[in-house]
Design a binder for this molecule. Structure first.
Ligand code: MG
Length: 254
């Protein structure tokens, strides 16, 4: 398998898919409140994605039962929305994929529920900063490992750890395409980035150690040591000096 180079027309469609993800994540971020059940977010996600003419990408993917991944506190990724009630002070990661005209967009944000403490805020800021560092490294002519090293360097430089068992990925007609994009590893290694590559970068950053375990539902990934975890993701297209962020909505949460 090799990395698929997208045409201008294909990137234009991915821009639409990405914008839908951004708009719906923004709506969901505003809806998060203490006392709400996580399944309510799933219902909103499905409704808003469909209203915008797209299909939720995750539903049924390898049997995943929901439209949105909702991962709370020590849950890293792949949390299944359900009866859990969000509490003041929780942090909740929302991961959404949408398919529009045959192309996927994929993005994630972590938001606080009501007032959150400084430690949680710093973890979230660091994770978003790691994502930005990865995006800044993603220019044409750079190597894939430069992205991984930028993410790891940023997060570890602030005293946090990056999850190693789950990675970012290529994206396009398939939600997961080549290459895998680890959130750690040496710069100057891996394939050379070229204009037209579309990549989903998604650092998962833990307050404690990097190890994870899978919960009893066989989906939810949790930190092994019970520490807090945050997750931010953007779908980007390699352009020239600067990557284009396809899931950004200006002034919202980019
Ligand atoms: Mg992803």
């Amino acid at each position: 398998m090799s990395i698929i180079i997208k045409s201008e027309r294909e990137i234009a469609l991915m821009r639409q898919a990405g914008r839908i993800v951004a708009v719906v994540l923004d709506i969901l971020s505003r809806e998060v409140k203490p006392g709400m059940r996580t399944k309510e977010l799933d219902v909103i996600a499905a409704g808003e994605v469909e209203k915008l003419g797209a299909k939720p990408s995750f539903k049924g993917y390898r049997g995943f039962p929901a439209n949105l991944c909702v991962s709370v506190n020590d849950e890293v990724v792949h949390g299944i929305p359900g009866e859990r009630i969000l509490q003041e002070g929780d942090i909740v990661s929302l991961d959404l994929g949408a398919m529009y005209m045959g192309f996927h967009g994929d993005g994630a944000v972590t938001v606080g529920v009501g007032e959150i403490d400084l430690k949680a805020k710093e973890l979230m800021e660091t994770t978003e900063g790691a994502l930005k560092a990865g995006i800044a490294a993603a220019h044409s002519g750079a190597r894939l490992g430069d992205i991984s090293a930028a993410i790891q360097g940023y997060a570890e430089g602030k005293g946090y750890s990056v999850v190693r068992e789950y990675t970012g990925h290529g994206i396009g007609r398939e939600m997961h395409e080549e290459p895998q994009i680890p959130n750690f590893g040496p710069a100057g290694t891996g394939p050379v980035l070229e204009k037209g590559m579309a990549l989903a970068l998604e650092p998962m950053v833990n307050a404690g150690g990097w190890r994870t375990r899978v919960g009893d539902d066989h989906w939810t990934v949790l930190t092994a040591d019970g520490s807090l975890s945050a997750h931010f993701e953007h779908t980007i297209a390699i352009a020239g000096e600067e990557a284009e962020v396809l899931t950004a909505r200006e002034g919202v949460y980019a």
